[in-house]
Design a binder for this molecule. Structure first.
Ligand code: SF4
Length: 270
């Protein structure tokens, strides 16, 4: 069956920005890019800056629609992930916080703030089970294990254009640079418990305000856990508060540049 709605799930990171360039060059057929914004107070601010300064103008220049979507609740108000986490009296723990054994807990942040937001928009634009939308996800060859890893909504058909083209993350960076754009930073919530230790170290050094906000969030969650008589949870796998787990001024040897493994392409990976 032919489908008319063709959209990329745009996460604002390297892979999905490469898809934007490929669409602009006519190498893939996706006129629409949808970005589910977890919140201006939640997404990596460097990603939001990149989207506004580079991705939006580039998309507009090439006749591609890049729509940034907020999560809108039934009462019409916008909800951010940070807002949900910090709401007074909230017991909600939607992000994959680490238990004392380091394992991530279950999460519904990706589903609520990304997958459902995009699914709702596709429905609004007319996608149905009989006429599903095609949604392209920016998974590159080096991350092939993440493909086919999510529940598919009945009105969506998932495709992986980077896999079809045999492109790796390094190819994506080259495609972006060759188009005259800077390579974007990793996109994710700045407090995501899936961050690798190197990401936390980089954040402490380069984005101290976000690092401090992440520490404060972890403190808040644990004050609540204390009130409920529950054990502490952490944003790292080290079973220690973030401030101690990621000491100031310590340089880690750079590891190979792999995404952190959460939501870089705006969908749900483990
Ligand atoms: S980046 Fe992390 S915290 Fe944010 S929505 Fe994805 S899994 Fe949840």
């Amino acid at each position: 069956m032919t489908t008319e709605l063709r959209s990329i799930s745009y996460g604002g990171g390297v892979q999905s920005t490469a898809l934007l360039v490929l669409a602009a060059q006519g190498r893939i057929d996706f006129p629409t890019f949808l970005m589910a914004n977890v919140g201006d107070d939640s997404e990596n601010p460097a990603t939001l800056r990149y989207v506004n300064e580079y991705a939006r103008p580039y998309a507009a220049e090439h006749g591609i629609e890049l729509a940034v979507l907020d999560r809108v609740k039934r009462d019409g108000t916008t909800e951010t992930l940070m807002g949900r986490l910090t709401r007074a009296g909230s017991r909600s723990l939607p992000i994959p916080v680490r238990m004392s054994n380091g394992a991530p807990g279950t999460r519904n942040c990706t589903a609520d703030f990304k997958i459902k937001v995009i699914a709702k928009e596709l429905k609004r634009r007319g996608a149905t089970a009989a006429r599903p939308a095609t949604i392209g996800i920016g998974i590159s060859l080096d991350e092939i294990h993440r493909a086919n890893n999510r529940k598919i909504e009945p009105h969506e058909e998932i495709v992986y254009p980077l896999l079809d083209l045999g492109l790796r993350r390094t190819d994506c960076a080259r495609i972006i640079r060759d188009a005259g754009l800077p390579v974007p930073p990793k996109s994710s919530c700045f407090f995501c418990p899936f961050h690798r230790p190197e990401t936390w170290h980089d954040m402490r050094r380069e984005q101290p305000a976000e690092f401090e906000k992440a520490c404060q969030l972890e403190d808040l969650l644990n004050r609540r856990r204390d009130e409920l008589g529950k054990d502490h949870v952490y944003l790292t796998r080290f079973a220690r508060p973030l401030r101690e787990a990621i000491p100031d001024g310590v340089d880690l040897l750079p590891m190979f540049d792999e995404a952190d493994g959460a939501c870089d392409s705006g969908y749900c990976f483990t």
